[in-house]
Design a protein around this ligand. Sequence first.
Ligand code: SAH
Length: 188
Amino acid sequence: MSVSRETQRGRYISLLRRWGAALNLTATNSASEVALNTLIDDCLCIVPHLPPGLDRLIDLGTGQGFPAIPIAIETGVVLDLVEADRRKAAFLTTTLATLGLRGHVHTSRIEATALPPAECVTARALAPLSALIPLAQPFISATGCGLFLKGASVEAELAQVAARSGLLIERLPTDRPPSCLVKVSALR
Ligand code: SAH
């Protein structure tokens, strides 16, 4: 029997709160249920910008699951999660199983991970755009895009990557300020 989105979200929040204290997971160990719901909703601003018909998404430096787990709860997309920290990777494996989500956790460094490129690659709080774009590029298919959640530093980060040859780098509007989204795709 499939599990409803509400049930999945509730299970995710209780896992974050239970494991957060034990594993000192960044940002979630002392977060209230309200703060976690806000964080999940911030991540969902990516959903309207996903390529139509997306069947697989790669998330880099997933940590405790953001933004990939909220996106999978909402859309059912299959996940490839790359997270080098073994304890966080174990948390993610448990989360996929407990929520009934489809995907794999790759417990390895991004630079040392080989995966077939996907139509969409996401990341949040991993690195500034100048480092993130070269890290993500090998995972983005020729017709695909990177969708990166950013905060207040976005303008400074965009200025650093203004003239990357062959790439279209766009700031997309969201209804969740100060969260914002940067889309990176090949110039066509
Ligand atoms: N995306 C999550 C976590 C951000 S913290 C969020 O938004 O909350 C960055 C995470 O990336 C950490 O869990 C860290 O272990 C992981 N990480 C950093 N550099 C990495 C690398 N080169 N390869 C794999 N994981 C990496």
